[in-house]
Design a protein around this ligand. Structure first.
Ligand SMILES: Nc1ncnc2c1ncn2[C@@H]1O[C@H](COP(=O)(O)OP(=O)(O)OP(=O)(O)O)[C@@H](O)[C@H]1O
Length: 309
């Protein structure tokens, strides 16, 4: 029997560890090397595996590419095979954020329609290391430094421990020709520059373990972060007397989650906003209301934090 190429074996092992014993899973496949290698491995190890590809209709030829991928998937035995065409226009944020939001929405609705228990995403260890570096560079707190979770709801990332080089090698070994997204090498994006320059420079200076080590830091921080979130949820209060006796770490989490509950958009809510809320508790000198994103105002009124109507 022919020996299985190590990269193919590595991807299959990671997928085998993540997949449930039964139930439909959908692979979210862009046609890029990561999600193509993921799809091939899931098809090999999984009992019931479908494939969904999203056409954002932003690049020339995207519909043809989606059709070609769907044709391959059907021939390879994925069932169901779904092409979701989404409209990115008229959504808030930049084009990248809009495309991402539309994509996750379409993937979620495909899962709902088909009764799939999970949607598998192809993020690799390298993606995780890039995410952590970007988070460090913008001064993120533990939440950002936790990187991408291996599971969040129906979205699972089985390849977070797999090197990107292995997904490429696996595709080559299986005779699959991945699509190269021009966005990924466009230096206009910070992530592309991290991928092309910053991370390779760190590897050059500090050795190849840097990538796995950054990903491991994310995992360690994520575990602590989750525990702090649990403690904050249990201690939740907007009463100044209660807030004053909490540790800073817990109090700021309580204030952050309250701001989200009030409807402040998570993406726009920054460290600065939470610090201003914190000052209502710890540096009180009769200051005016704190302005949060989303037009929300919060003030301190007789020992309680309140939303200003
Ligand atoms: N057009 C697409 N159709 C289906 N799945 C996709 C598509 N684009 C990306 N994905 C899925 O998302 C994974 C990550 O892709 P990519 O890195 O391009 O997205 P991202 O914007 O970084 O995602 P995230 O918002 O999760 O960080 C892919 O491996 C694949 O599983």
């Amino acid at each position: 029997m022919a020996r299985i190429p190590p990269a193919v074996a590595a991807v299959r092992l990671a997928v085998r560890r993540a997949l449930p014993a039964e139930g439909l899973v959908l692979v979210a496949c862009s046609g890029g090397a990561d999600s193509l290698a993921l799809a091939a491995a899931a098809r090999f190890v999984g009992a019931s595996v479908g494939l969904v590809t999203v056409d954002h209709a932003l690049q020339a030829g995207s519909a043809t590419r989606a059709t070609e991928l769907a044709t391959w998937a059907a021939a390879a035995g994925f069932d169901p095979v779904i092409v979701e065409t989404v409209s990115v226009e008229g959504r808030p944020g930049g084009p990248e954020a809009a495309a991402r939001a539309a994509r996750y929405e379409a993937l979620g609705s495909a899962a709902e329609r088909t009764g799939a228990i999970a949607v598998l995403l192809g993020h690799t260890r390298d993606d995780q290391a890039e995410t952590v570096l970007l988070a460090l560079a913008r001064g993120a707190g533990p939440r950002g430094l936790s990187g991408m979770p291996a599971r969040k709801g129906i979205f699972w990332r089985p390849l977070l421990d797999v090197a990107r080089a292995d997904t490429r090698k696996a595709c080559a070994a299986l005779g699959l020709a991945p699509w190269e997204d021009p966005h990924n090498s466009d230096p206009a994006y910070a992530r592309s520059r991290v991928r092309a320059d910053a991370l390779p420079a760190l590897v050059e200076a500090l050795g190849p373990a840097v990538v796995a080590n950054l990903a491991r830091s994310a995992e360690l921080i994520a575990a602590d972060n989750e525990e702090l979130d649990r403690l904050a949820a249990a201690a939740f209060s907007v009463n100044v007397a209660d807030l004053s006796v909490m540790s800073r770490a817990i109090r700021r989490r309580v204030l952050h989650s309250w701001a989200l509950q009030l409807g402040a958009p998570g993406g726009a809510l920054s460290h600065r906003h939470v610090a201003a809320l914190d000052a209502l508790v710890t540096e009180w000198h009769g200051q005016g209301p704190v302005h949060l994103p989303g037009g929300i105002e919060v003030a301190r009124d007789r020992g309680i934090l309140v939303r200003v109507p």
